[in-house]
Design a protein around this ligand. Structure first.
Ligand SMILES: [Zn+2]
Length: 339
């Protein structure tokens, strides 16, 4: 093994690797064991989606119940993470820590107190609109509207619960409003700079800067159409990381590759209007170009790429996971010891 290869292997092994967003099918029969691919590629924490704005509450509840039960039934491989101590313990024991995220605020049913209920069920990250506008605020593929009064109350509830406030999939004005109102750091769990790839899901420099002003982290998304590379190659991911590091510094950049485990289950809710949620005009579906997603196997390649590009090992560690660990430490509530 040459010197660089050895350094890469050691760094990837030692670093805390945090994937801010991945997807299992939103189906209670989805086998959580599929996440073994994350663990096998050196990932120590992953946040998985349990619902989007188009999913009815019974579907979301069935998915949370199933995923929780499966994680708890596999303590040799998984840790159902409630706080950052759980993440560090998973790392020390060679396990994968898993927490849940919600993609959109519609499942809150207009009730800010639902945030705490979802927190109690293991949800540690939420964004308020999924691609389309709702009563809380704007989605990224819709008319650009501000955060509503209800939205302001929900941001406060998210801050109070200790959940990570995420602005992925959110419209421009609403995202800036959220970042101005939030009293805790705001993250982009899976969003790329618009300057490198022109898609409505990507974010302007003003949004990137506003996120940093909250003390947040921008995590690079691995979907080809958002990388400007249909193949979702590691070189494209590294370009997006480097753009962010040049602009905002290594302390505010992370990874949320958005890998979607395709387990052959139908997760679409009844009456699902694909073209509404995923507009073909933005590159989705039959009319858009095909686009791959970066795989968990690319995590070690990202580590290698950062070192090859001359990144200091300390900076590579921050990007791989320490930045997200630090922000979660500030935001999530530490678990109260049982008495
Ligand atoms: Zn997403």
């Amino acid at each position: 093994m040459d010197d660089l290869k050895r350094r890469v292997a050691e760094l990837h092994e030692e670093a805390l690797v945090w994937d801010s967003h991945a997807c299992l099918p939103l189906h209670p029969d989805a086998d959580v064991d599929a996440l073994e691919r994350h663990r096998a590629n050196g990932v120590n924490f992953v946040s998985i989606n349990v619902g989007m704005d188009m999913n009815p509450l019974p579907q979301i509840m069935a998915v949370i119940a199933s995923f929780r039960a499966q994680l708890q039934a596999n303590p040799k491989r998984f840790v159902a993470a409630l706080d950052t101590d759980d993440v560090l313990r998973a790392k020390a024991e060679g396990k994968l820590a898993v927490a849940f995220d919600l993609e959109g605020g519609v499942p809150l049913g207009g009730r800010p107190e639902m945030v705490q209920l979802f927190y109690d069920l293991g949800v540690r990250q939420i964004h308020l609109a999924y691609n389309r506008n709702n009563s809380i605020g704007g989605g990224c593929y819709d008319q650009d509207i501000p955060l509503s009064l209800l939205g302001r109350r929900i941001v406060r509830a998210i801050n109070e619960a200790g959940m990570l406030m995420d602005c992925s999939h959110t419209g421009y004005r609403t995202s800036l409003d959220i970042m101005a109102v939030s009293e805790a750091p705001v993250i982009y769990s899976h969003a790329n700079p618009l300057a490198l790839a022109d898609n409505g899901r990507n974010i302007k420099d003003e949004q990137i800067d506003a996120c940093v002003a909250t003390g947040g982290v921008v995590c690079v998304n691995g979907i080809g159409r958002f990388l400007g590379d249909p193949e979702a190659g590691t070189a494209a991911i590294l370009r997006h990381i480097d753009y962010l590091v040049q602009r905002i510094g290594a302390d505010h950049v992370g990874l949320g590759l958005d890998y979607e485990y395709d387990l052959g289950l139908d997760q679409d809710p009844p009456g699902f209007d694909r073209a509404y949620w995923f507009p073909p005009a933005h590159g989705y579906g039959k009319d858009g170009p095909r686009s791959k997603i970066a795989t968990p196997e690319q995590f070690p390649e990202i580590t290698a790429g950062l070192l090859r590009m001359g990144y200091a090992e300390a900076d590579a560690r921050k990007i791989l996971g320490e930045n997200m660990l630090a922000v979660a430490k500030r935001v999530w509530r530490p678990r109260v010891a049982a008495t």
